[in-house]
Design a protein around this ligand. Structure first.
Ligand SMILES: C[S@@+](CC[C@H](N)C(=O)[O-])C[C@H]1O[C@@H](n2cnc3c(N)ncnc32)[C@H](O)[C@@H]1O
Length: 211
């Protein structure tokens, strides 16, 4: 099995074998993501991109909250199909407010910018500096000056692996330092995610503004 976190086949297998609502990261209510985005982006016209968004209900919740420009990017077509189906079920039709993009974040060339970049549980898979550099290059290309980054990773006392892949665990200070001088830390918090199997996974969340 490949240990490349960007391997599409690997993620397709995970979503096929477990189902989108049985994976350890599944949440029915996408918190604290939703609160942090609402806190940071009062203007519902703000463009929001959920990178590695998978089948998360976040896009639907953002539509319900009045956002009109949402992009869900993921390397797994199966996860994106599940996201689209869930949106159709919840909202009655595929919402025009949401665009689904199948791409490898680390090789992606963004064609536009967004005000809010949201990542829950993707960055922590990037174990090597080259991967993190590619991620940060995409982040800088895809966000506007003044834009907001909402980033959630496993905390320093979080799991060491997810889906059989090793992860890097982060404190808020380490995440802010990793983003570098072009970002100002606005907020950080700890959140304990309860997995569908009943486990507890501590996350570090930060919100930062691109200066
Ligand atoms: C742990 S899951 C989190 C999914 C979602 N953010 C959530 O909270 O429900 C990681 C997601 O990142 C996606 N992913 C992993 N590497 C990626 C890459 N290089 N480019 C785009 N998506 C990626 C996977 O397909 C998967 O959906």
């Amino acid at each position: 099995m490949s240990t490349d976190p960007g391997s599409a086949a690997r993620w397709e297998d995970v979503y096929r074998d477990r189902g989108a609502d049985r994976v350890s990261w599944f949440q029915r209510q996408p918190q604290p993501s939703l609160d942090l985005i609402l806190q940071a982006a009062g203007d519902r016209r703000a463009g929001v991109i959920d990178v590695g968004g998978g089948a998360s209900p976040l896009a639907v919740r953002l539509v319900e909250a009045g956002f009109g420009d949402i992009t869900v990017l993921d390397v797994s077509g199966r996860a994106l199909d599940a996201s689209r189906r869930a949106a159709e079920t919840a909202l009655g039709a595929a919402p025009r407010a949401v665009t689904w993009v199948r791409a490898d974040l680390l090789a992606w060339q963004p064609a536009r910018t967004w005000t809010v970049w949201h990542d829950r549980a993707v960055f922590h898979f990037l174990a090597d500096p080259a991967g993190r550099a590619a991620y940060l290059a995409a982040l800088r290309q895809a966000t506007e000056p003044g834009g907001i980054v909402v980033l959630g990773t496993f905390a320093a006392d979080g799991p060491t692996h997810c889906s059989g892949l090793p992860v890097t665990r982060w404190t808020a200070e380490e995440l802010a330092a990793e983003l570098g001088g072009g970002f100002t830390l606005l907020h950080s918090r700890r959140h304990e995610h309860r997995t569908p199997a009943g486990g507890v996974q501590p996350f570090t969340w930060i919100t930062a503004r691109r200066t």
